[in-house]
Design a protein around this ligand. Structure first.
Ligand code: ADP
Length: 328
C-alpha cells in the first residue's frame, strides 16, 4: 500500500504537486492519469525518495522509503527506461542491483526470462531499442520480487506487441495481490488496464475512484438527430418539453430521451430524418473535460495549440484537435 498525505512540491515558483492525498491499494492496477506536466513523474519520484517533498508525506506499507531495508524488495519502479549505465550488459546491470540490495543472483536469470531478454543478456544495453530498454527497466523493477510496483508511462514509444505485453504483465502482477501504480496521459490506455483511477491536473487531485464509477459518472449518452428541417424539428421537441442542442449541419443532440421515442415523435409530425443515432461520449472526452482547467493555451502560428500549465509541451496525440479550455 502507498499512502500520500498532503504531498506538495515546489520547484522554485512552480507548484508541481499540490497537496495530494490518496491511497494506492494492493490487488489491482491503479491508473495515475493527467495531462503532460500535471505532476505525475514528480509524485512518483517523491514516492521513491528521489525528490524531497516541500510538504507532506509518502508512506510505503506504513514506512518512509528511507526506513525500508533493501528497498527493491518492497518497491520496484520503472521511471526512465534509458537511465541505465549503457556500457554494462543487461545481466551485469541486474547483478549490480541484486548485489547492492541483498537479492540472490539466481533472481537475475528469472527476471531476464520473465521479460524475454535472456537471448540478449550479455549484450550492452547501449544498443537496446526503446522496447528492450523498457523490458530491462521492468526486469530491474521485478528483481526484488516487490509487493509494490510503479511504472511511469510504460507504454510510451512501444510497438503494439510491447504495449500488449506490458498491459498483461501489469494485470498479472495485480492479480498476484501486488500494488501496481501506473501513470499515463492517455485515458484510452488506462481504460484498458486500470481498475482504479487517480486523476490529477496541475498537481491537484481531480478524481480518485474506481474505473467503473468513472465510466458511470463521465460517459454521457445522448441521441443525435439530423433533419433537413431542423427548425421544425426543434419546435416539435420544444412543444414536447424536450431540450435539444443544435450542433450544426442540421444536427441536434438530445440527452435523456430514448432514440425510439424520438423517432416515433418525428414520424407523428411527418418529419423527415436523415439520422437518428444513439451516441456515447468517449472516456477520453470525459478526461479532457475533467482536466481542461489545468490546460493553458498558447498562440502558435495563429493556431491555438494546447500546452500544459507550467510547461511548453504540445498536446499529446490522442487528445483531439477541437477541444477548448473551459471558461475561456
Ligand atoms: P508529468 O509527469 O505529469 O508530465 P512532471 O511531474 O514531469 O509532470 O512535471 C510537473 C511540473 O513540474 C511541470 O511544470 C514541470 O515543468 C515541473 N518540473 C518537473 N521536474 C522539474 C525539475 N527538476 N525542475 C523544475 N521543474 C520541474
Amino acid at each position: 500500500m502507498i499512502e500520500l498525505e498532503g504531498l506538495t512540491k515546489y520547484y522554485g515558483d512552480t507548484l508541481a504537486v499540490d497537496h495530494l492525498t490518496f491511497t494506492v491499494r494492493p490487488g489491482m492496477v491503479t491508473g495515475f492519469l493527467g495531462p503532460n506536466g500535471a505532476g505525475k513523474s514528480t509524485t512518483m519520484r517523491m514516492m521513491l525518495d528521489l525528490d524531497h517533498p516541500t510538504e507532506g508525506t509518502v508512506r510505503i506499507d506504513g514506512k518512509h522509503y528511507r526506513q525500508l531495508n533493501d528497498p527493491l524488495t518492497y518497491i520496484g519502479a520503472l521511471l526512465d527506461a534509458k537511465a541505465v549505465h549503457g556500457g554494462r550488459s543487461a545481466v551485469n546491470h541486474l547483478l549490480c542491483l541484486a548485489q547492492s540490495n541483498g537479492i540472490p543472483r539466481e533472481r537475475v536469470g528469472e527476471v531476464l526470462d520473465t521479460v524475454g531478454l535472456t537471448s540478449v543478456a550479455d549484450k550492452r544495453s547501449k544498443g537496446f531499442s526503446l522496447g528492450m530498454s523498457q523490458r530491462l527497466g521492468i526486469a530491474a523493477a521485478l528483481l526484488g520480487d516487490p509487493k509494490i510496483l510503479l511504472f511511469d508511462e510504460p507504454v510510451n514509444g512501444l510497438d503494439p506487441e510491447g504495449i500488449h505485453w506490458i498491459r498483461n504483465l501489469m494485470k498479472n502482477l495485480a492479480a498476484q495481490g501486488r500494488t501496481v501504480f501506473v501513470s499515463s496521459h492517455l485515458m484510452s490506455e488506462m481504460a484498458l488496464t486500470a481498475e482504479h483511477l487517480v486523476v490529477i491536473g496541475q498537481g491537484r487531485l481531480m478524481a480518485d475512484m474506481s474505473m467503473a464509477e468513472f465510466i458511470q459518472q463521465n460517459s454521457r449518452s445522448y441521441v443525435r438527430m439530423r433533419s433537413p428541417e431542423p427548425e421544425r424539428l426543434l419546435d416539435v421537441l420544444h412543444v414536447e418539453g424536450i431540450e435539444a442542442v443544435a450542433v450544426g449541419n442540421g444536427s441536434l443532440e438530445i440527452d435523456g430521451v430514448p432514440a425510439d421515442e424520438l423517432g416515433g415523435l418525428a414520424a407523428r409530425h411527418q418529419l423527415v430524418l436523415h439520422e437518428l443515432s444513439p451516441q456515447r461520449a468517449s472516456l477520453e472526452e470525459a478526461f479532457m473535460r475533467l482536466t481542461a482547467e489545468s490546460v493553458e493555451y498558447h498562440a502558435h502560428d495563429g493556431e491555438p495549440v494546447a500546452a500544459y500549465a507550467g510547461t511548453q509541451e504540445p498536446a499529446p496525440s490522442g487528445w483531439g484537435a477541437d477541444w477548448q479550455k473551459k471558461g475561456s
